[in-house]
Design a protein around this ligand. Structure first.
Ligand code: ADP
Ligand code: TYD
Length: 214
């Protein structure tokens, strides 16, 4: 693998995006179970993380003092984690024709590092095209009310509260940013209402993916 943009793969690359607590991990897991039961070869993974090296970077970026890194350093760290994840997990699975389901990907960097501390979107995009060069085939945006999402996220009580700590205003900014991204990349984004029970959201996810799988 070089620094060049990647050629088209044979598998299907699906990502989930949305604010903290919107239900991405829950829906990614349910989709993986559903597709596996249908006989598909599925790899369920997440960012930051998804490979041993990227999971080590995850601990660096999500734990400890929230001001530990500048926004620019964070862009480098998240992109380094993504590069390792791509090389070791995503690319081999897609080359083998598998369905890769990823809980967050580059759109999260476009939002959290690209928007939350000044406008660094161009820097995120430049580094992405230099080092990653891959976009998902389908991105499912689970959209929901920021206060509701934050309440769900905080009820989990983990050591990883990097962005949840910034409160409802940041969540609202991220929600609006994700909806703008869905318009910008309308060819691959599908927006679903995450403010419902788990089952109807999962049914919509399954239907959306079935349409892409043909
Ligand atoms: P995310 O990965 O987007 O942060 P999670 O899937 O981890 O979200 O969900 C956050 C919390 O909310 C979890 O405790 C999960 O069980 C719960 N949850 C997820 N989806 C729903 C839903 N549709 N209704 C109610 N609770 C939900
Ligand atoms: P995640 O574990 O998906 O959190 P949650 O389940 O609460 O949605 O992601 C952890 C945090 O990492 C989340 O607050 C968003 C942040 N993040 C970034 O800031 N940039 C990125 O590129 C990614 C992938 C995640």
């Amino acid at each position: 693998m070089t620094g060049e943009p990647e050629a088209r793969q044979t598998g299907l690359f699906i990502t989930f995006e949305g604010i903290d607590g919107s239900g991405k991990s829950t829906q990614a897991r349910l989709l993986a179970d559903h597709l596996t039961a249908q006989g598909h070869d599925v790899v369920l993974t997440r960012e930051p993380g998804g490979s041993p090296g990227a999971e080590e970077i995850r601990a660096l970026v999500l734990q400890g003092d929230p001001d530990r890194w500048s926004a620019q350093t964070e862009i480098l760290l998240f992109t380094a984690a993504r590069r390792d994840h791509l090389e070791r997990t995503i690319r081999p699975a897609l080359d083998a024709g598998k369905v890769v389901i990823c809980d967050r990907f580059a759109d999260s960097t476009r939002m959290y590092q690209g928007l939350s501390r000044g406008d660094l979107r161009q820097m995120v995009d430049d580094l992405h095209s230099l080092m990653i060069g891959v976009e998902p085939d389908l991105t499912i945006l689970i959209d929901m009310d920021p206060a509701h999402g934050l309440k769900r996220a905080l009820s989990r009580q983990t050591a990883e509260e990097r962005f949840e700590d910034f409160g409802v205003e940041l969540q609202a900014q991220m929600r609006a940013g994700f909806l703008d991204l869905a318009t910008e990349f309308s060819d691959r984004f599908v927006v679903l209402d995450g403010g419902r029970e788990i089952a109807p959201v999962a049914a919509d996810v399954a239907q959306t993916v079935a349409a892409r799988l043909g």
